[in-house]
Design a protein around this ligand. Sequence first.
Ligand SMILES: Cc1cc2nc3c(=O)[nH]c(=O)nc-3n(C[C@H](O)[C@H](O)[C@H](O)COP(=O)(O)OP(=O)(O)OC[C@H]3O[C@@H](n4cnc5c(N)ncnc54)[C@H](O)[C@@H]3O)c2cc1C
Length: 388
Amino acid sequence: MTGRSPSPPSSDRVRPDVAVVGAGPIGLAIAWRCAARGLRVVVHDPVPGSGASAVAAGMLSPVAEAYFGERQLTGLLLASAARWPGFAAELTETTGVEIGYRTEGTLMVGLTGDDLAEARRLWAYQQGLGLPVTPLRPSELRDSEPALAPRVRGGALAPTDHQVDPRLLVPALRTAAQRAGAVLVPQQVRELSDVDATVTVVAAGCGATALTGLPVRPVKGQILRLRAPDGVAPGFRHVIRGYADGEHVYLVPRADGEVVLGATVEERSDTTVTAGAVQRLLRAGVDLLPELAEYDMVEAVAGLRPGTPDNAPILGPLPDRPDVLVATGHHRHGIVLTPITADLIADLVLGGVPDPMLAPFRADRFFGGATVAASCRPEPSVEGDLWS
Ligand SMILES: Cc1cc2nc3c(=O)[nH]c(=O)nc-3n(C[C@H](O)[C@H](O)[C@H](O)COP(=O)(O)OP(=O)(O)OC[C@H]3O[C@@H](n4cnc5c(N)ncnc54)[C@H](O)[C@@H]3O)c2cc1C
């Protein structure tokens, strides 16, 4: 593709330089970055911010989520997390909105001996990559979070894994994009031919499949929101990711007293909340942090992560359509990947040359034949393990 020069301010040309399809965190951040660099931008979305981000926990966890076999994804997660401090500061400065960016770090814990053994295998892998994971003695663990259950067997600290509140982030991105000149059009895009712009960026989360044929599938996540009684802050400061009798859960404390407790990972496309999932989440959460039993139960909700066959996002031109860029398939990582996705896609729109960092995430890695058709087909309804 060729780079786009900003439209001259005096031009009466109405055709946008960039049309972004989808006003979730990814689409809005791209719109902000493009508009701030002088491009004429429109963003299409019937209900901005109504996708996965509306329920997301907001963990920025490249270290705790560095999994076996995902090294390239881990590299992208780390690079994006490194941009988060500056991104958060710039967004708050631009909009005046605090987005709940917190840097206390993440504690990873195991409840039983078996849980700890499983956790330690992953920590060893993460340490082998040179990532900052510090195993803690039981006394150190208790000192850092006294509210943890006494029977928690052990833990480790990932000090550079932070958090943000997606319910504050997305409205702030919308404000920033609009202040930079982006125009929101409250309409669904049914086909790419509906859009008239020099470059179209498909950032529609799970909606990208219908528009592009890419293998993005919904991965359901059920998640709970609790609230500490009497308006006080939760009795713990770190994000806690725990293995509890084989269940994997996380607990994200917010300054206003909210605690996000998640989440299931299910190969389903509905957003119903099931009693069984709520029971499993609460049991694991309370086993790790007994004080949660006294919290108010505020919300039980489900969202659909935009998953891909290799769990990594799809970033760059659509094959044979250099005028169509995709930025989707962020799966469990769309919040942490927001800054780097926005920067790399805006650079590509303006410069026309893909950054080498985009190479592993090209769309054409899926256009080898049967992969697309097989992966787009919804899986049978199977409730998966609890995970992030
Ligand atoms: C339970 C749960 C917990 C999560 N926790 C985390 C976490 O802790 N950390 C993290 O990094 N990520 C997390 N995620 C993942 C994260 O929410 C997603 O990766 C992220 O929201 C993807 O952003 P997006 O903008 O691509 O898509 P979405 O947030 O899904 O937004 C897509 C937008 O596109 C619009 N749209 C769709 N189709 C069309 C169309 N045809 N025309 C116009 N508009 C359209 C929708 O209305 C929507 O507003 C979690 C997700 C879930 C479900």
